[in-house]
Design a binder for this molecule. Structure first.
Ligand SMILES: [Zn+2]
Length: 435
């Protein structure tokens, strides 16, 4: 973009200068200018592609570095040399089908009957690429495309689900995942959002080469009104050495809890903890349900809701295949009716680790996981517990944190909710939302 402006500026200056010259000189200049205008720089991978012939393609199944170069007239002894030299930077055996690559050819070679590339560029990801240059000597290096971050704000009011609200507003679903999985997983049950719940969010979108959308980079701050509660979340790095980033509320409380709200993602609670449950098939006798059932399709991964050690992983009677995890002196959790377990007794698991898969083993009418929450050896309702907070912010960091969030919170508070997008017509006066 800037380049274009530079070129235009160059034309103006040179034209003004040309006026002082005689006519032939002016024509000469104009011819040159025409060429300048045509030659807008195409900068990519650190090369001005105007100076090269280039060929873009994607790695096909069965393609190897050797096959590609051989197809492009590079002989085997040289291919071998290139592979050897490049080895420390990039293992050429790691080319993946479907990934793009570019071959550069020197323009001077254009008239040669056999064109040979001088550079091979492989794009490992949208951002990362490897350059293998073999024009004279062989050089290989990795590099990144220029990335631009653009901070944005968004608001939404829930009608049915957060996905639907984002979709209606043309916003990335990644925002929903960030909020549901990273930020509010412990404080809001996203399967039970209510109509009228609403949110504001300040986030950063990533763009590669200025134009390619690279997704949501991070959420800097969020505000969620759920069930009448106001829940603020601010991103903060608590350990710059380990790069630990967490979300805290306006009082510097960690939003993470020692336990996840659910052992399966995007499931539905089909039966809650209920000590006075009566079931028709049992003649309406009281059959207490000491677990919470999460219905989900067969083989949906089941996650450990907190760090701990597996104390049981087996099959028994009505429980079917199940796993029990001891978290500390106070808490254990248990997950029943699995199709199969993914952990063994004695194994240490972290919060969110997959410990098994949803099934129908044991006494069950449909695929679900019966989640049992043990406190001091008794089964309790996890939704009625005040669960312990994850690692709190240190006292020394708290002052810094509160200073850091003050202006961000102000910005969040200044964002206005639009219940519906305002429609601008000639007759409507759109009221200033700030007034
Ligand atoms: Zn159950």
């Amino acid at each position: 973009m800037h380049l274009k402006r530079l070129v235009v500026l160059a034309i103006v200056i040179i034209t003004a200068y040309a006026c002082k010259e005689d006519n032939t000189a002016e024509i000469e200049y104009k011819k040159e200018l025409a060429e300048i205008v045509e030659e807008e720089k195409i900068l990519e991978f650190g090369f001005d592609l105007n100076h090269y012939e280039f060929k873009r393609d994607t790695i096909k199944k069965g393609d190897t570095f050797g096959v590609i170069l051989e197809r492009n007239n590079v002989g085997y002894p040289q291919i071998y040399q290139i592979a050897e030299k490049a080895k420390d930077t990039f293992d050429i055996r790691k080319l993946q089908a479907g990934k793009p690559y570019t071959l550069l050819y020197d323009k001077a070679n254009k008239e040669d009957s056999i064109q040979k590339p001088t550079t091979f560029i492989y794009q490992k990801s949208l951002e990362d690429y490897v350059v293998i240059n073999f024009k004279d000597s062989i050089q290989a290096y990795t590099s990144k495309k220029p990335i631009t971050y653009i901070e944005k704000t968004a608001t939404g009011v829930i009608e049915s689900s957060i996905s639907k609200t984002l979709e209606d507003k043309g916003l990335s679903q990644a925002l929903a995942y960030k909020m549901a999985d990273d930020i509010y997983a412990w404080t809001i049950d996203f399967r039970r959002l209510q109509k009228g719940d609403r949110f504001k969010v300040i986030y950063t979108d990533k763009y590669i080469d200025d134009t390619i959308y690279g997704g949501v980079h991070n959420v800097k701050a969020a505000y969620f009104e759920h069930n009448g509660d106001s829940l603020y979340a601010f991103e903060f790095e608590t350990d710059s050495v380990k790069g630990i980033i967490d979300y805290f509320n306006e009082d510097a409380k960690n939003l993470r809890r020692a336990f996840l709200k659910a052992p399966v993602k995007f499931s539905r609670i089909s039966s809650r903890y209920n000590l006075r449950r009566r079931i028709a098939v049992y003649g309406y006798k009281v059959r207490p349900h000491k677990g919470t059932d999460f219905a989900a399709p067969i083989n949906t991964p089941i996650m450990a809701t907190a760090n701990g050690t597996v104390t049981e992983s087996r099959r028994r009677g009505g429980n079917g295949k199940y796993v029990k995890i001891r978290h500390n002196d106070t808490y254990s959790t248990q997950y029943l009716h699995m199709s199969k377990q993914a952990v063994k007794k004695g194994q240490f698991v972290k919060q969110g680790d997959i410990i098994g898969y949803v099934g129908m083993t044991g006494n069950t009418g449909g695929p679900h996981v019966c989640y049992r929450f043990w406190k001091n050896g008794r089964q309790v309702d996890p939704f009625k517990q005040k669960l312990p907070e994850a690692k709190p912010i240190s006292d020394s960091l708290k002052v810094k944190y509160l200073e850091h969030i003050a202006p961000i919170k102000q910005r969040l508070d200044d964002i206005f909710f639009f219940e519906a997008e305002p429609i601008e017509t000639e007759n409507t006066i759109t009221q200033d939302p700030i007034l």
